[in-house]
Ligand binder design. Structure first.
Ligand SMILES: NC(=O)c1ccc[n+]([C@@H]2O[C@H](COP(=O)([O-])OP(=O)(O)OC[C@H]3O[C@@H](n4cnc5c(N)ncnc54)[C@H](OP(=O)(O)O)[C@@H]3O)[C@@H](O)[C@H]2O)c1
Length: 236
């Protein structure tokens, strides 16, 4: 089946690798959204020159902007792009001791890690067909019972909120046969990981993690719905 995949947060790291992997498979078309799309545009020039219709469409957008769902909706309409797989991958990490965290840190973290996912999925609801799969990229830090790390309290709490949002979406959308899951990722080597654990070497590259996430986004909803799954070979 042809998959139309919307990746929210694809400018770098795991999201970029996801866009690359998924758009190079001829069965897929990908709509990638991020603030910085310079890498994505280079990729699109390469990939789209080999296909009749574009396999990769990019849109530069900040999810914290007040008009983000409207701008995205208009662009999806313009390209006649109807996603049946949606990956909410965008994320922000602030590494600070609890006592130093500010209200603004809270707002920034929850805006990008939770509220923007809520706004995105709410905007998309009327456009989704049965069989669609909504995937939230959470973190082991937000997985119940996992080992916790100093400095990551609000980040981890926001990732837990995203994961539970996906569980609840699955329940509300089950009559429409739309599935929703969350993956609680362990560490993969990216800018964000370096910020969380300076000097630590992750067991997986961003590309290796993207291979699993891409496969799960395409096929996981056959086996899982309303689940929060840990994806981790190490701690952290
Ligand atoms: N790497 C790990 O070890 C690890 C572990 C657990 C969970 N995760 C989760 O996996 C996801 C990807 O992480 P990563 O390590 O690849 O991080 P990253 O390299 O920092 O990438 C974060 C992504 O989010 C996008 N983004 C951030 N703020 C945005 C905004 N305001 N509007 C639109 N897009 C925004 C970024 O693109 P732009 O800068 O172009 O906007 C980028 O594509 C995140 O949700 C993260 O929490 C990662």
């Amino acid at each position: 089946m042809q998959k139309s995949i919307l990746i929210a947060g694809a400018g770098k790291g795991i999201g970029f690798e996801l866009a690359k992997l998924l758009s190079t498979d001829e069965n897929n078309s990908v709509f990638a959204v991020s603030r910085n799309i310079s890498q994505l545009d280079k990729l699109a020039n390469e990939i789209n020159s080999k296909t009749d219709s574009p396999a990769l469409i990019n849109l530069a957008l900040d999810f914290t902007a007040s008009n983000f769902p409207n701008v995205l909706e208009q662009s999806l309409e313009e390209y006649n792009f109807k996603p049946n797989v949606v990956i909410y991958n965008a994320g922000l990490l602030i590494n600070k001791p609890f006592a130093e965290l500010t209200n603004s840190d809270f707002d920034q973290l929850f805006d990008i890690n939770v509220k923007s996912a809520f706004r995105l999925f709410r905007m998309l609801l009327p456009r989704l067909d049965s069989g669609s799969h909504l995937l939230g990229i959470s973190s082991m830090g937000g997985f119940q019972g996992s080992l916790k790390f100093p400095g990551l309290s609000l980040y981890s709490a926001s990732k837990a909120a995203l994961a539970v949002l996906m569980e609840c979406l699955a329940e509300e959308l089950k009559d429409r046969q739309i599935k929703a899951n969350a993956l609680a990722l362990g560490s993969a080597q990216t800018e964000m990981l370096a910020q969380a654990f300076p000097g630590y070497k992750a067991p997986l590259s961003a590309k290796e993690m993207a291979v699993f996430v891409a496969d799960f986004a395409l096929n996981g909803s056959r086996y899982f719905n309303g689940k929060i799954l840990p994806v981790s070979v190490s701690t952290p």
